[in-house]
Ligand binder design. Structure first.
Ligand SMILES: Cc1cc2nc3c(=O)[nH]c(=O)nc-3n(C[C@H](O)[C@H](O)[C@H](O)COP(=O)(O)O)c2cc1C
Length: 183
């Protein structure tokens, strides 16, 4: 084992114009950076301009770049927003657009929606199992009613900080353990 820091990607699940996910992702990154225990980075699916899975050749450069980014990461925090009681189509497409690069890595989920994004997060957990992503228990849930002003301006309640740190504790522990499997 080396003392190299783990690389954790904070994946923004929405690509919608006017989305709030960058604010939520930056907030999680701010909390994470204060810990100093890993290299945390925002990974914005929108930057990769992924084609709809199956509509291009598998050698598509956008898919290759997406897989290369995921391969450089040891673990993930998914920023999940609830769309029609599930995850966004963009996040599902991004999940479908890689396989080995997801395998044997850990992930935490931070979700939001009218019921804290709980239904979307539970759907994501089923997908994680198929992709051999070990999703941790602690799951900060942000409410559109109380953590956002007018459902758009992100103002997270103080009480979520503890949960974000607990979730990160679990992601770091499992990401470190699973790294040994990939060697
Ligand atoms: C197509 C669509 C479907 C939605 N469905 C739900 C839903 O089922 N449950 C819910 O709590 N919020 C729902 N919402 C509200 C979103 O969770 C909310 O707009 C959130 O800010 C979206 O995240 P984003 O701004 O990062 O895209 C929906 C929003 C959209 C655009």
């Amino acid at each position: 084992m080396t003392n190299e820091k783990l690389n954790i990607g904070i994946i923004l699940g929405s690509t919608r114009q006017g989305r709030v996910s960058p604010k939520v992702g930056e907030w999680v990154k701010g909390v994470a950076n204060k810990r100093g225990d890993a290299n945390y980075e925002i990974v914005d699916i929108a930057d990769y301009k992924l084609p709809f899975f199956g509509t291009t050749d598998v050698t598509d450069p956008a898919i290759a770049a997406w897989n290369e980014k995921l391969s450089s990461l040891d673990g993930f925090v998914f920023i999940v927003q609830e769309y029609n009681h599930s995850i966004t189509g963009a996040l599902k497409n991004a999940l479908d657009s890689a396989r080995e690069a997801w395998n044997n890595k850990a992930a935490g989920i931070v979700s939001y929606g009218s019921t804290g994004g709980a239904r979307a997060a539970e759907h994501l957990r089923g997908i994680c199992a198929e992709l051999l992503i070990a999703d941790v228990k602690t799951h900060p849930t942000l409410s559109l009613f109380t953590d956002f002003e007018n459902f758009t301006t992100f103002k997270p309640a103080e009480l979520h900080l503890n949960n974000v740190n607990l979730m990160l504790d679990q992601v770091i522990a499992w990401s470190g353990a699973l790294k040994t499997l990939r060697k």
